[in-house]
Design a protein around this ligand. Structure first.
Ligand SMILES: [Zn+2]
Length: 222
């Protein structure tokens, strides 16, 4: 899953309006933030295998430190705890915890059975939504549309940056997503590691930038 994780980040703003959407996006994507780093360090491994599922050419045979259920809970707890320590914002910490963990659940729905429960000889799970390209696209694009709508109604643009940098961001996500669906498999894992790290970094800075140019709407009175 790709933009479905971004959807979780955007939707989180409704429940933690004082958190930057950049932080919430990093939380929702956190396991995929760790993944290229762990690949680089040689702690995890991936094989390029066109046709592994219809949607992805990756055989995700070894990624227990970033993508097992147990480690997801650990990362979620660590991230939420650190955030609370820094900000003392309880709602934000709770949303971050749920967002990090949601990654495992969403990947479990999309991946073929390659998601471990814990590092080591764990059984692996996955419902395999990726076996259907249209099913994957409809699911993720609907999720993003709903979440972006929620974010747009939870916040208001203070200026043109708040409006257009936000709109451009969503458009870019959709282009990247659809483009990825039509591009061929990469030639080597190097082609996913560094672009992955740099891409996520840029998307995080960009989200932080437009979120600062939007304000959370006051909660409606009961
Ligand atoms: Zn993932």
């Amino acid at each position: 899953m790709f933009i479905g994780h971004f959807a979780v980040g955007f939707a989180g703003k409704k429940f933690a309006p004082r958190s930057s959407v950049a932080t919430l996006l990093v939380a929702a994507l956190f396991l995929d933030v760790l993944w290229p780093i762990f690949l680089l360090l040689g702690w995890e491994h991936v094989r390029i295998e066109p046709g592994n599922t219809r949607f992805t050419p990756f055989d995700l045979w070894d990624y227990p430190w970033s993508h097992s259920l147990l480690m997801s809970i650990a990362w979620a707890t660590l991230f939420a705890f650190a955030y609370h320590l820094l900000t003392r914002y309880r709602e934000g910490a709770v949303v971050i915890w749920i967002a990090v963990l949601s990654h495992w659940v969403l990947d479990w729905i999309t991946h073929r059975p390659d998601m471990p429960l814990y590092p080591g000889p764990s059984p692996r799970f996955g419902l395999g939504l990726w076996n259907s390209i249209s099913g994957t696209m409809v699911t993720e694009i609907s999720m993003l549309a709903l979440a972006v709508w929620l974010y747009a109604h939870t916040t208001s643009a203070r200026d043109r940056i708040g409006r257009y940098a936000f709109g451009g961001y969503v458009l870019l996500l959709l282009i990247l997503y659809v483009g990825d669906g039509f591009s061929g498999p990469p030639n080597s894992t190097d082609e996913i590691i560094w672009p992955g790290i740099v891409g996520l970094l840029l998307l995080t800075i960009w989200a932080w930038w437009f979120d600062r140019h939007r304000v959370a709407n006051p909660a409606p009175k009961e």
